[in-house]
Design a protein around this ligand. Sequence first.
Ligand SMILES: C[S@@+](CC[C@H](N)C(=O)[O-])C[C@H]1O[C@@H](n2cnc3c(N)ncnc32)[C@H](O)[C@@H]1O
Length: 270
Amino acid sequence: MERPAWAPRSIDVTVPSVSRMYDYYLGGSHNFEVDRQAARRAMEFMPGLPKIMQANRAFMRRAVRFAAAEGITQFLDIGSGIPTFGNVHEVAQEADPDARVMYVDHDPVAVAHSQAVLEGNDGADILAADLRKPWEILNSPEVSRLIDLNRPVALLLVAILHFVEDTDNPYAAVTELREALAPGSMLVLTHASYDGVPLPPERAGGAVDVYQNIRNPLIMRTRDEIARFFEGYDMVEPGLVPMPQWRPDTAPEDEDPYAFSGFAGVGRTA
Ligand SMILES: C[S@@+](CC[C@H](N)C(=O)[O-])C[C@H]1O[C@@H](n2cnc3c(N)ncnc32)[C@H](O)[C@@H]1O
């Protein structure tokens, strides 16, 4: 198979990756035929998957704008993905040109493409690291250079925690990150759930099986399980809600029913 210039040598282009599948759902061009095939298989069960992804991105941008309006100037975005339209650094630096954005992802294509997009941007950087090892993120020279942990940070865990299995202790990782952040920091989070999916769970489960088959399980948690990630944070209004309902810019009446799958929320530490 031909390897385009943007594909790092280290990656196996015959195995689908969740970040490249996500890029495909969003209409991006950093994906291979294996990714498109897997994404199309998932869409046979859940045709509205791209709508879920668009609602997720739209929430993320509103939440970053909200955090910036509340005076946050530092963003730590873990599981940031392959850059696409309306990235966190663009939204944050539009609100405040001096805003700092540290991206983190363990996917080599996401890292390589972020490096290319961020070239020449002194206020934003990408670190190749794993959410399951928060200490490596917190103690990295890249984070120390860009982020002052003595001042509030918006921690973004957007569409990532549903890729972390319970055996990998996602709650402990989120707690460890919270404990390292200064008071007044925020957690911006979205998470997949069967709640709100406009399909019977057996059918939606077909899409989940596709992720299982590519050995990147998608963990569908309940609303209560997702709410537990906010332990130690006070929920910002309107709380943990379907993505289009979190401080919408426009009336959400014409939203696709798929956009109401899963949950989004923002919390703040006292
Ligand atoms: C669905 S994408 C979300 C991208 C972006 N946050 C957004 O919402 O638009 C999930 C990203 O999380 C990354 N990811 C999954 N598990 C991770 C882990 N344990 N550590 C770091 N990144 C991870 C994947 O590589 C992928 O780029």
